[in-house]
Design a protein around this ligand. Structure first.
Ligand SMILES: C[S@@+](CC[C@H](N)C(=O)[O-])C[C@H]1O[C@@H](n2cnc3c(N)ncnc32)[C@H](O)[C@@H]1O
Length: 270
């Protein structure tokens, strides 16, 4: 912690910190309590890649007049060196911590759920380490795969299905193993690996049981039902998610129904 914080402020002097999931694409997809915090916040941090013109998170806020000077761009760390990354997060945590110790309410917006594959995780960790006196709250958001499931009517898990959430592996064999070991695979961070994924799904003859979504919820949304819809289409893997089902729904439903009859001691309430 820096020297000016040697004299710790009392709890009542402290502001507060809140990580908030918005979108992931659709404007207005934000919990009501989180929206209340955003409206009251002195500083609203908008994480943004260096290359991005405008924060995606900002576009996901409901149309509402929040004074412009409350928004602050917050650049993603792009270093691959772990030591440099740690230093970067520590510096950012220091900046945020100093504002909170000065009594400010700080909101940190993330795309989707803040604790699902998000840089927020590192910021939160660094902030808690360096300023243990600050109370941090996280409001969950709608994950990209929940948004895609909702947009396509794809059931993420039925009965006793095993669902895996994974960043897309580089190797085709590794992805094949993941698919073979689960009923549903949620594939994030596909990027330039999309052609490899499409080739594998076609090789496994399960392309029709998959859905693909890029920029889900935004004006540039792309939704594809089955990989045959994607062949030849100019679809990049950028900001995209795929939901992969190993067996067709019909055969799985029969298996599940049989298992449910055999396992009559447990009922499904959720
Ligand atoms: C850094 S992770 C962030 C995950 C996010 N926190 C969540 O809850 O889903 C980025 C990945 O999320 C997925 N993603 C985020 N926004 C998306 C969107 N609007 N449409 C499709 N996929 C999206 C993509 O797989 C992307 O590569």
């Amino acid at each position: 912690m820096s020297e000016e914080f040697a004299n710790n402020p009392t709890a009542s002097d402290l502001g507060s910190f809140c990580g908030i999931g918005v979108g992931p694409g659709m404007p207005g997809l934000i919990p009501v309590v989180a929206w209340q915090f955003v409206q009251e916040a002195d500083i609203i941090l908008l994480p943004r890649a260096k290359s991005a013109k405008r924060s995606v998170a900002r576009n996901c806020l409901p149309p509402h007049q929040i004074p412009e000077d409350r928004f602050r761009d917050f650049e993603f760390a792009m270093e691959s060196d772990r030591t440099l990354l740690a230093e970067h997060y520590s510096r950012q945590a220091d900046e945020i911590g100093q504002e909170i110790c000065a009594g400010k309410k700080v909101a940190y917006l993330t795309i989707g759920d803040p604790l699902t594959y998000s840089t927020y995780i590192y910021i939160l960790r660094a902030l808690k380490e360096r300023f243990p006196e600050i109370l941090c709250r996280t409001y969950p958001g709608v994950t990209s795969y929940s948004a895609l499931a909702a947009a396509t009517g794809f059931a993420l898990g039925e009965g006793k299905e095993r669902v895996l959430i994974s960043p897309c592996p580089d190797a085709r064999l590794e992805l094949r193993r993941l698919i073979e070991a689960h009923d549903v695979v949620v594939l994030l961070k596909i990027g330039e690996r999309l052609p490899m994924v499409l080739r594998l799904l076609s090789e496994m003859e399960i392309g029709d049981q998959c859905v693909f979504g890029a920029h889900v919820g935004t004006e540039s949304e792309i939704l594809r039902f089955g990989t045959s819809e994607m062949n030849g289409a100019n679809t990049s893997g950028q900001l995209s998610t795929m939901l992969i089902r190993r067996k067709p729904v019909e055969s799985r439903q029969m298996v599940t129904a049989t298992a449910d009859i055999q396992d009559s001691g447990e009922s499904e309430l959720a």
